[in-house]
Design a binder for this molecule. Structure first.
Ligand code: GTP
Ligand code: MG
Length: 719
């Protein structure tokens, strides 16, 4: 039976705010034409108001001629003038052939490298034009936004907050530290000598290939990064700053004196010890067990994710004939016969009544190569937070799209389409391998033409999200008619498709690197409270390290220590769980209220950091309302969710190079990269991205929509 992961329901009534958005990532040619039109409009505008003032194209405020940026919203005047003078937005040296989104996604996720891009593209002109285009698109909304603000309705949005132009940008620090983390990784390589050579080689190779195929810091750097002493020394010498200043500026989150361990630096919240994995923590090559692959099933509502999952489980013997009969009977009785397979996963009365998945269902099956943990996500936009919580555990994903006419298009719609949002989110969780199941092929009579059309359109978008063509597998299928799931399909598909069936495609996925060299970190996805006093069960995936029965674990953020009474992997008791394993950990010696979903299980000597004040590097998606200092957002990090206020916009970054293009801007527009400081309503367990990718990735949402994806670049003193 699947395990349901509860994350709390999140209804978003305000969603309609975005219904008139019509911006597409991949409408590049349209975009180029529009850009030209806008350039002419801009030119005309500049002429009309050339009498001692210039009108801001964003908020329409008439500024003094001496102002180089808008006094109200901070939009740059210069770039507009520059473009209007050339009269041609391609004047910077040519046409951008690659999607802006693609470049920004790449620059964000590849934020820890400093490498010349493969293709040289004239981006200055493009960026300016994007600014202009966005300026016009958002202008009306911005005015509405200002009106709403001044009408006291949105008092929590403080756009009039004073800006500190003299605040030092953290970018120099960040880039220096990244350099330092690269050095650290070398040092760490030595420290991994306890690992056997083949494991080390494999991890190294996979790490290099992972994360958008870039050479970001390999994750081994984190073990050193979590070792406070080494990190601070290297960082300090690289920056040329006194270590004590760095400590207070960058590692200022403190563990309270309540910590049970004496090895934790009270000032920084990090361990004073050097971590060395014990022998049992490293998997034995001879161990006879399939590797676990965490596979998220994502996609637009009603694309057939649960039906596909149910069908797979049934075909592979995980759902008995008797159970299946029961689902069929019950579904028919409620007049929802077509949902019989979906009901194997959608178990709650409300899910069945509404015919949608609301929480992530976890189920297991074995392929030839893997023990697969299936995470069937909800596709409805109201439940994206639940999808985020489940899919952050994914090693790879199956993106299900509905091939039928109109449905595929609805899923790819830039506003209401969850195909886009899910693909972007999945990529932001570090998933770089994806199987696209073009489902419901029966509805389009197994048309090759339709399949190719879907592949071409969605392929373009996936590329813009940062997925490499070689990491995307395309599988036409019909869950309803059992075509191409676990065996070769019949003639209707086989006449033109000779690729792998879904099960073979799953076996062709590569297991991501598992990190056994670092201390335990297991974000808690869900908890099961026990009737017995002092016992509680937690579910989640080990990000790093290992545990076994009898181990002591530190529960954060409550800072309580508990003992592992037993472990379950795939609903079976087991003795040891290691990095990558999705397990249920039964704890004893702990009160229910000290364990919360969104918390983290850690090694007692190596607590995760806790803070409500973070510096983030963000990539803003297709938003219409700019992000301002004071904007209220919802921050998602592993399984935690907190209300967040943007307290400072530190800088805008060049999407191509990651360099600062403007310090202390007043707002961030669609598709811009920026560094911001946020303060959360409550503290979260967090690590800097350079130290732990899984605990250093965030997504920001507003009004039921993901507005930005980001990385934690600095953990600051709790406010
Ligand atoms: P959410 O979890 O709510 O996002 O939906 P879902 O993607 O899990 O879709 P679900 O499996 O609930 O299926 C939705 C509808 O599509 C049901 O009526 C299914 O019977 C139907 N469906 C699923 N797969 C197929 C298919 O291959 N062919 C046809 N014709 N219908 C299908
Ligand atoms: Mg479903």
């Amino acid at each position: 039976m699947p395990l349901k992961v509860n994350y709390g329901v999140d209804y978003n009534d305000d969603y309609n705010v975005y219904e008139d958005d019509n911006y597409h990532y991949d409408d590049l040619y349209e975009y180029e034409n529009e850009k030209r039109d806008i350039t002419h409009q801009t030119k005309a505008k500049q002429e009309v108001i050339r009498t001692g003032a210039w009108r801001c194209p964003i908020c329409t405020y008439d500024n003094e001629d001496s102002m180089s940026e808008c006094d109200i919203c901070g939009a740059l005047r210069n770039c507009l003038v520059r473009i209007s003078q050339t009269g041609d937005s391609t004047a910077g040296g040519g046409r951008c052939k690659s999607s802006g989104a693609s470049v920004m996604v790449k620059s964000l996720f590849a934020s820890f490298r400093h490498r010349a891009p493969a293709k040289s593209v004239a981006f200055e002109a493009k960026n300016d034009a994007v600014l202009i285009e966005d300026a016009f698109i958002i202008r009306r909304n911005f005015q509405e936004f200002l009106r709403a603000f001044s009408s006291q309705k949105h008092q929590n949005i403080n756009i009039a907050a004073p800006f500190k132009f003299d605040s030092p940008s953290p970018d120099d620090l960040v880039s220096t530290r990244l350099h330092s983390s690269k050095l650290d990784s070398k040092a760490n390589f030595k420290r991994l000598s306890s690992l056997d050579m083949s494991t080390r080689e494999r991890e190294k190779n996979i790490l290099i290939e992972s994360e958008l195929g870039t050479e970001g810091p390999n994750s081994s750097s984190a073990s050193v990064a979590r070792d406070g002493g080494v990190k601070e020394r290297d960082f300090a010498s690289d920056c040329g700053i006194k270590p004590e200043i760095l400590v207070s500026r960058m590692r200022s989150v403190s563990l309270s004196s309540k910590s049970r361990t004496g090895n934790v630096n009270e000032e920084t919240g990090t361990s004073n010890l050097e971590y060395k994995p014990e022998a049992w923590m490293i998997p034995d090559q001879a161990e006879d067990r399939l590797s676990q692959l965490n596979l998220a099933i994502v996609g637009h509502v009603d694309s057939g994710k649960s039906t596909l999952s149910g069908r797979l489980l049934h075909l592979l013997g995980r759902i008995s004939q008797k159970e299946m009969h029961r689902h069929e009977k019950e579904a028919k009785q409620q007049g929802k016969g077509s949902f019989a397979y979906a009901w194997a996963l959608d178990e709650s009365a409300e899910e069945r009544e509404r015919g949608i998945t609301m929480t992530v269902a976890v189920a297991f099956f074995n392929s030839r190569k893997y023990h697969v943990v299936l995470l069937d996500s909800p596709g409805h936009r109201d439940f994206v937070p639940n999808m985020i919580s489940g899919a952050t555990q994914a090693d790879a994903a199956i993106l299900v799209v509905d091939a039928s006419m109109g449905s595929f298009e609805a899923g790819l719609d830039p506003i209401g389409g969850q195909t886009r949002e899910h693909a972007l989110l999945i990529r932001s969780f570090g998933v770089d391998q994806i199987i696209v199941v073009v489902n419901k092929m029966d509805v389009v009579e197994y048309s090759q033409e339709r399949f190719e059309m879907v592949k071409q359109k969605l392929g373009t978008f996936l590329r813009s999200c940062g997925f490499k063509d070689s990491s995307v597998l395309w599988v036409p299928a019909s869950s309803m008619e059992n075509q191409n799931l676990v065996a070769t399909p019949d003639e209707r598909l086989f006449s033109w498709f000779h690729g792998p069936c879904l099960l073979d495609a799953i076996d062709s996925l590569q297991l991501p690197a598992r990190d056994y060299s670092k201390p335990l970190l297991m974000p808690i996805c869900d908890i099961i409270k026990s009737q017995s006093q002092g016992q509680v069960s937690t579910c989640g995936k080990l990000v790093t390290g290992a545990i076994r029965t009898g181990s002591k674990v530190l529960i954060m953020p409550s800072r309580e220590v508990a003992t592992i009474r037993s472990l379950e992997r795939d609903s079976q008791a087991c003795k040891i769980a290691r990095s990558g394993d999705n397990v249920t950990v039964n704890l004893q010696g702990i009160e229910n209220n000290h364990v919360t979903a969104g918390g983290v299980l850690c090694h007692p000597d190596f607590p995760v950091r806790v803070s409500n004040h973070l510096e983030l590097k963000i990539l803003v998606l297709d938003i219409k309302i700019p992000i301002l200092s004071g904007s209220q957002l919802e921050l998602h990090i592993h399984h935690a969710k907190e209300a967040a206020t943007v307290v400072k916009i530190l800088s805008l970054l060049d999407p191509k190079t990651g360099k600062v293009t403007k310090k202390s801007p007043r707002c961030i527009l669609a598709k811009q990269n920026a560094v911001v400081e946020v303060v959360l309503q409550g503290s979260v367990c967090v690590e800097e991205y350079a130290e732990s990718r899984a605990l250093g990735r965030v997504s920001l949402r507003s009004s039921g929509r993901t507005v930005a994806l980001g990385l934690v670049t600095q953990i600051m003193k709790t406010q």
